[in-house]
Design a protein around this ligand. Structure first.
Ligand SMILES: C[S@@+](CC[C@H](N)C(=O)[O-])C[C@H]1O[C@@H](n2cnc3c(N)ncnc32)[C@H](O)[C@@H]1O
Length: 370
């Protein structure tokens, strides 16, 4: 969620949104899209072109620009594609072509929502993360591309700590970007990798890891019951519900009360990390629409990092990894929090694709090491 202090969307996320829109993950909003499909006619053939409403791609872009939407051209094209099923490039190539009457109602409502600075992902009801199409609503933070750095970092840890190619089992999950090597010794000791995602939201990290680690058992925690409902729906839609458990409560509390215990091999989290005073500086797409409890990291943004670093050792097996997403400028402070905790080995930092520090990782010392 790095770009919270910057414009919400970039070309990459906009492309992802529309891929999601076409993928058919069901949500109240995709059901609206389903209704739209009945009126749009065959792809590529614009139906009735009379336009008393006067919509064209060009006019839609102008309206979004007037509303202060930075990526107005792209967003108008994405919404038109989602409303009509017609590839967006057609609208870009023919910006003055009237929008068919049959889709104008749906498009008008989408455009008004975007003019009010609602994020495209909420309008479409879906967002792509790690090539997975995930349902999203205003109950959950929209997963950000930079959070994929956390998934990558964790997968690298699994493969590099299990680097015995001659004796390792090698898996290529269909559709996966990674070849994951599993150490057979580790497998024997611990046949199922136990993974905990703290603050799971729509389940983005948990589901990406479940997809990549076929014998992983994942537990996702969140204080928001409505977020957990969405995460559960996403798990079912992806056929992963059998390996993922979602529990509600304050950070690790659901594990305490259920005695679901510790012994996790990995604990991951993208906790809220915007300093409270900075929330008002965020773009309206974030400040107005995304859940405050997913953003607000307390006075210095590190309230949850502190709590997780303090509490995670009770649930992490010796040698297991803790991986935390951090905001811009927060990595040094989080590394220091880990250094001060006797429970972890030296912290490592992983950068995202823009070159910013994005993930801090550390392994749990055995109690005798501490
Ligand atoms: C930044 S969002 C991350 C969502 C998702 N993991 C992602 O990366 O897109 C943080 C999540 O932590 C949850 N959260 C906030 N405070 C919490 C608490 N005290 N206990 C459990 N979850 C909490 C929020 O509801 C939100 O879903």
């Amino acid at each position: 969620m790095m770009t919270r202090l910057m414009p919400l969307r970039d070309v990459r996320s906009a492309r992802s949104d529309v891929q999601c829109a076409k993928s058919g993950v069901r949500s109240p909003e995709t059901e609206v899209r389903g209704a739209r499909c009945e009126v749009r006619g065959s792809e590529g053939a614009h139906p009735a072109l009379s336009t008393p409403h006067g919509f064209t791609y060009h006019r839609a872009v102008e309206r979004l620009e007037r509303a202060g939407v930075e990526s107005a051209s792209l967003d108008a094209a994405c919404l038109l594609e989602a409303a009509s099923g017609i590839p967006r490039w057609r609208f870009v190539l023919e910006p003055e072509r009237p929008i068919a009457r049959g889709i104008s109602g749906l498009f008008a409502s989408m455009l008004s929502r975007r003019e009010a600075r609602e994020p495209i992902a909420y309008i479409l009801g879906a967002k792509e993360f790690w090539s997975l199409s995930l349902a999203v609503s205003r109950d959950v933070l929209i997963p950000r591309p930079e959070t994929e750095t956390l998934v990558e970092a964790v997968l690298e840890k699994i493969s590099s700590r299990c680097q015995v190619p001659s004796s390792a089992a090698q898996f290529q999950v269909p559709g996966s970007r990674f070849q994951v090597f599993y150490n057979l010794e580790l497998e024997t000791r611990n046949p199922e990798l136990k993974i905990l995602d703290v603050g799971t939201g729509c389940g983005a990290i948990a589901l990406a890891l479940a997809m990549e680690i076929p014998d992983g058992r994942i537990c996702g925690l969140d204080r928001s019951r409505s977020a957990l409902r969405i995460a559960g729906r996403n798990a079912s839609a992806l056929g992963l519900a059998g390996r993922i458990q979602f529990l509600g409560g304050d950070l690790f509390e659901p594990l305490r009360t259920r005695r679901a215990g510790g012994g996790f091999d990995l604990i991951v989290s993208n906790p809220p990390y915007i300093p409270s005073a900075a929330l008002t500086l965020l773009a309206p797409e974030i400040a107005v629409y995304e859940p405050r409890e997913a953003l607000d990291g307390g006075p210095d943004g590190l309230h949850y990092h502190r709590r997780i670093i303090e509490e995670a050792p009770g649930y992490l097996r010796a040698g297991g990894w803790l991986a935390l997403e951090v905001g811009d400028g927060q990595s040094a402070a989080v590394v220091e929090l880990i250094r001060k905790s006797d429970a972890f080995g030296p912290a490592e930092v992983k950068k995202d694709l823009t070159g910013g520090d994005r993930v801090v990782l550390a392994w749990r010392r055995a109690v005798a090491d501490g």
